[in-house]
Design a protein around this ligand. Structure first.
Ligand code: ME8
Length: 503
């Protein structure tokens, strides 16, 4: 059986989930559902990144012990993912004992191989990025991502011989052995790599809320090394638990935001090469979004929480609107008003109205006596081209295109209704022709419901119930392999409104 192992970043617990985290996690869930429906043995890992100075500081501010604070916030992430129908296989926390043990095993291996050494480090450190920053990276002396001044930091640390891996990583990225998507991001990484690669410090003396270095209790593991190793502990790579999950390695896809590409494209592969562990196959790095043209930030008070979208649009529409608002690789802007407009136009007026009016016509014209015809040549061609575009977009991870592709089918069906005017055919008693038109429309509806499954699983199930179809995954793989679908039965009954229009 083919396998697919995909991951999201593990999110910091210094704050509750917002739509940035939601975006990445929804993308992962859609891809996991897609591959699972195509009968891949799929493993989808997400979780929380719980160590580091920043978490300790926020916990203290809120009068919590760090671990209790982590329990509290990681629970918020789990709750949000439940509300968004995120079907992850495992939720990993870096405070899980087996993860901590995995990190220690990895560090010991690196130390024994002579790939870690002690030295002094002095530099500017942004505790919100949890990394040293160079003067060139700063904007007016402040971290451009957090608008805060970094602190001057000097201490004796353990260093990892990252510089030794520059050429090999360059080659592996250039040759797409590690495929970085989209292409512009690959070029960015190659450009930065060609400027040079220095060893990095992988331990801290001052940070206490962290995993202890196994060969020196005075030092703790740098949070990024701790965090990256979650991709191995999440599938029990060193077999600390009695499972066969390690067979999922190597990861088929790491999904991340562009902010953390360097860690995933360079530092992570170098650590894996040093550990003699096979490399991940692909990294999908999406853009960042602003809200009404401004960076999302607590200070500006414009952070959008997933709950706000869920209350307005419901779970399925939230997922669909989130991923299709702009191309995956680029930065985009978010405005609730624009989303409302899209919801009304694309979901209420297009898809929702199509289902409502078609089943209304079925009831009016055919009562309980409807046996569908095969699709006409023109509708069949439309279905085939839509399924082909859909597959290509999924294969290239162009997720933002998918809803628009499926909606082109429902738009076609709405246009077809106007064009063929079934009410005239009924009036003129052209029953055979009427049967063909309604059948064509039903093929479009059923096909779009199946294709929408990874994105809008509940709406998809609701529509497919009208065709007395339960086994969606079976229908999904059949449709994508054969480019056709069967309609055996249709439930003729008055329809509820799938998407209530928003004012
Ligand atoms: O970086 N637009 O965690 P984090 C789009 N713990 N996506 C956004 C976003 C925005 N405005 N803001 C956040 C960390 N994201 C580390 C990761 S992995 C081994 C360790 C998403 O809580 C995006 O996926 O800061 C980004 O990469 C991630 O959240 C950063 O989450």
């Amino acid at each position: 059986m083919k396998k697919f192992y995909l991951t999201t970043p593990i999110y910091y617990v210094n704050d509750e989930p917002h739509i940035g985290h939601t975006y990445t996690t929804v993308i992962a869930d859609i891809l996991a559902r897609y591959f699972k429906s195509l009968k891949y043995n799929t493993f989808f890992l997400t979780g929380t990144d719980e160590h580091g100075a920043k978490v300790e500081e926020v916990a203290k501010k809120n009068n919590f012990e760090p671990k209790h604070y982590c329990d509290f916030i990681s629970q918020k992430f789990k709750q949000a993912w439940e509300l968004l129908d995120i079907n992850y296989s495992r939720f990993i926390r870096t405070t899980d004992p087996h993860h901590e043990q995995t990190v220690k095993i990895a560090l010991k291996k690196l130390y024994e191989k002579g790939l870690i050494y002690k030295s002094y480090y002095e530099g500017l450190y942004c505790i919100h990025c949890e990394k040293f920053v160079s003067k060139e990276e700063l904007a007016n002396g402040k971290c451009p991502d957090h608008n805060l001044e970094p602190i001057l930091h000097k201490e004796e640390n353990y260093f990892f011989r990252l510089s030794e891996y520059k050429d090999i990583i360059y080659k592996k990225i250039e040759s797409d052995e590690i495929l970085i998507l989209p292409l512009e991001r690959k070029n960015e990484v190659l450009g930065k790599l060609s400027l040079g690669l220095e060893d990095i410090s992988i331990s801290r003396k001052a940070v206490r809320w962290a995993i202890k270095i196994p060969f020196d209790e005075e030092q703790t593991v740098y949070v990024w090394v701790d965090a990256l190793i979650n991709y191995l502990s999440g599938i029990d790579y060193f077999k600390l638990e009695n499972s066969n999950l390690c067979e999922f390695w190597p990861a088929d896809l790491h999904i991340i935001g562009k902010d953390i590409l360097w860690f995933h494209a360079v530092i992570w592969p170098a650590l894996l090469l040093a550990l003699e562990v096979p490399l991940p196959k692909r990294i999908l790095s999406h853009g960042f979004f602003t809200v009404d043209g401004k960076k999302m930030s607590k200070t500006l008070g414009n952070v959008i929480k997933p709950k706000q979208l869920l209350e307005l649009f419901g779970v399925d529409a939230t997922r669909m609107l989130l991923i299709s608002n702009f191309p995956l690789g680029i930065d985009g802007d978010f405005s609730i008003n624009e989303l409302k407009e899209r919801y009304n136009k694309e979901l209420a007026d297009n898809l929702g109205n199509l289902v409502f009016r078609t089943f209304g016509m079925l009831e009016k014209y055919f009562k309980n006596n409807f046996s569908p015809k095969k699709p006409s040549y023109e509708t069949k061609q439309k279905l085939i081209s839509c399924i082909r575009d859909y597959k290509i977009s999924f294969e290239n991870f162009n997720l933002h295109k998918i809803p628009h592709i499926v909606l082109s089918l429902t738009s076609y069906a709405n246009w077809y209704i106007q064009f063929k005017s079934p009410w005239v055919l009924f009036k003129e008693n052209k029953i055979e022709e009427l049967l063909q038109v309604i059948s064509d429309i039903l093929y479009c509806i059923k096909t779009s419901a199946v294709l929408f499954y990874p994105i809008m699983p509940n709406i998809s199930k609701k529509i497919l119930k009208l065709f007395k179809t339960d086994n969606i995954e079976e229908n999904f793989s059949f449709l994508l392999e054969n480019f056709e679908i069967d309609i055996e039965e249709v439930k003729i009954e008055k329809q509820e409104i799938l998407f209530k229009k928003l004012i």
